[in-house]
Write a protein that binds this ligand. Structure first.
Ligand code: FAD
Length: 415
């Protein structure tokens, strides 16, 4: 049965949900408070990484965050501030930084990322789309033995869980990246990881769904909700009352504010990150993460992108130039022949990763309201998990068995 569905938030998660819902025959509308042309879904590193098996909430993360709190150019930063929602999130996040959290997350993370890779390849093939999609793997480059040892542990875990990964020495790195010198002592190499050029992919998907009848309204937001019998009956948008059968909340970092208006508690914080597009050609051909400074390098279609920093902060437009410079300087230190011009550094973009309280997404129906589905909280894995999330949202609406077990993503879970 065809339903009328409102998707609130048109980033990659909202767009992928719209793709599968309209494919399934539903009448889909997306509203977005901004222009559907900026933010995390545009500035990200473009990785589709089943190899990222460890959630953000892992042992040692809070300790590291506290250590880096007073270093304004550190890759991970928790901005201290007096805010009840932030304290609640921090308390729950701290509790989640445990071996148990990691153990219970690895399989669902891998399943969701692998599902998403397959679905994205199908979308590209079935609809003859031209967006950039590359399967070159991902290098985790290390400068110290200590980091390489840690990477080895992740590789072992990945292999135990069925992924293809291995530790490489300097000569082996050279075979993967022959045309440029890299200053590192070794790397973990995840054969299973793929990469894309985000703005290209999302624009093509957006055009496609609109041609299929999905209505997109930008610079539009919900002014109020009318709730009856544990359902959203209608929403007020631009002084009009509009009713839908189902509501998908996929407004990224902003979803918790929306949920608050509905009486739904969703622990979520913004994890700000920056990226710089290097306009002149580089010889970098394989994506890489610089392990110690936590920066990502992606050879995209026509340019190379450098991204990084995780600033758990309030939502603001401030670009901290010292953090942008820290990303660029780290790249130049690992790739001594690369020089990133000031003009590119000055043009850095930013976005907010939606960070759940355990680093694992919230996907599913809420217990409070029967016709509301939450799809957010993907932190640094939202690009990797986007198509899988969209497919699962449509399966929930259609009351079908979901493609993978989604118990771990339950938005009603306790912390
Ligand atoms: C620097 C950086 C690098 C990253 N690299 C990767 C990577 O390589 N791989 C990976 O998997 N992930 C990566 N991520 C994370 C990934 O980009 C995010 O998880 C993902 O984009 C989140 O998508 P989203 O649709 O949930 O949120 P968003 O992209 O933030 O979209 C939310 C949308 O909701 C809209 N909105 C806000 N408020 C409202 C409202 N009240 N009503 C209606 N609409 C509203 C916003 O305008 C926005 O369009 C990276 C993120 C950053 C910042």
């Amino acid at each position: 049965m065809s339903k009328k569905i409102l998707i609130v938030g048109g980033g990659i998660i909202g767009i992928c949900s719209a793709y599968y819902l309209s494919k399934s025959g539903h009448d889909v509308t997306i509203i977005d408070k901004y222009g559907m042309n900026s933010g995390a879904s545009y500035v990200n590193a473009g990785y589709l990484s089943p190899g990222h098996i460890i959630p953000l909430a892992a042992p040692g993360v809070i300790k590291q965050g506290l250590k880096w709190m007073f270093n304004s150019s550190s890759p991970f930063y928790i901005e201290p501030r007096i805010n009840v929602d932030f304290f609640k999130w921090l308390y729950a996040f701290n509790k989640s930084c445990s071996d148990n959290n990691v153990k219970s997350s690895i399989v669902p993370i891998i399943e969701m990322s692998l599902l998403s890779q397959e679905l994205l390849k199908d979308i590209k093939k079935d609809n003859d789309m031209g967006f950039h999609y590359d399967q070159k793997g991902l290098l985790m480059l290390c400068k110290t033995e200590k980091s390489l040892e840690k990477e080895k542990e992740v590789v072992d875990l990945a292999v135990q869980n069925g992924l293809r990964a291995k530790i490489l020495n300097q000569n082996e790195i050279k075979t993967i990246e022959p045309n440029i010198n890299i200053d590192s002592i070794g790397a973990a190499y995840f054969y299973c990881d793929h990469h894309t050029t985000p703005a290209e992919l999302i624009s093509e998907l957006k055009d496609f769904i609109q041609k299929k009848g999905v209505k997109c309204f930008t610079h539009t937001e919900i002014e109020s909700f009318r709730i009856e019998n544990n359902n959203i009956k209608s929403v007020n948008i631009s002084n009009q009352n509009l009713g839908f059968d189902e509501y998908v909340m996929s407004a990224g970092t902003w979803t918790s504010e929306l949920c608050k208006k509905l009486g739904i508690k969703l622990l979520l914080q913004a994890g700000k990150g920056y990226s710089v597009n290097h306009s002149s050609k580089t010889e970098i051909s394989c994506p890489a993460i610089l392990v110690e400074p936590k920066c990502a390098i992606t050879p995209m279609n026509g340019f190379t992108r450098y991204s990084g920093t995780m600033e758990i902060s309030s939502i603001n437009d401030r670009i901290r130039k010292n953090r942008v410079n820290a990303i660029c300087d780290a790249v130049e230190s690992f790739y001594p022949s690369v020089k990133i011009p000031e003009i590119d550094r000055n043009d850095a973009g930013y976005g907010f990763r939606p960070i759940s309280a355990d680093g694992v997404p919230y996907i599913g129906r809420t217990k409070n309201l029967k016709n509301v589905i939450i799809a957010t909280g993907h932190a640094m894995m939202g690009w990797s998990m986007s198509t899988g999330t969209g497919k699962i949202v449509s399966e929930i609406v259609d009351q079908k068995q979901t493609s993978i077990n989604i118990e771990r993503f339950n938005p009603n879970r306790k912390f």
